[in-house]
Design a protein around this ligand. Structure first.
Ligand code: 5GP
Ligand code: ZN
Length: 112
């Protein structure tokens, strides 16, 4: 998907500082942060949404990376939230699978 902004970020076509990267996943700060820590964790491979994932190893790499990042940011004590918005009512605005890692304030529940 040549027009996908997150593919361009993952490919370094759009210069972005990665807070984490490995062969499957990259992570970077959200441009419009909703909490003091707001990081997007994405697979390098394009998936339109969670619904497009057929191979569970994608979930392994995404969740493993998110937990590693949470530890790297010293979030073990205070806690954090991981969110994957999916589809229109789920609030997904970028059609490349991504996990939000949010932390640094008390996060309300239920979400808006
Ligand atoms: P969604 O609404 O799809 O769950 O989340 C998409 C997120 O991507 C939003 O929080 C939005 O602020 C973020 N975002 C959109 N475009 C860019 C971008 O070009 N760079 C970065 N770092 N974040 C982006
Ligand atoms: Zn993409």
């Amino acid at each position: 998907m040549n027009d996908c902004i997150f593919c361009k970020i993952a490919n370094k076509e759009i210069p972005t500082d990665f807070v984490y990267s490995d062969d499957k996943v990259v992570a970077f700060r959200d441009v419009n942060p909703q909490a003091p820590v707001h990081i997007l964790v994405i697979p390098r491979e394009h998936f339109d949404s969670a619904l497009a994932v057929k191979d569970s190893s994608v979930w392994n790499s995404l969740l493993d990376a998110a937990v590693k990042i949470a530890k790297k940011f010293d979030l073990e004590g205070k806690g954090f939230r991981m969110v994957i918005n999916t589809g229109e009512q789920g609030g997904q605005s970028v059609p490349h699978l991504h996990l939000h890692l949010l932390a640094g304030r008390n996060l309300g529940w239920p979400p808006g």
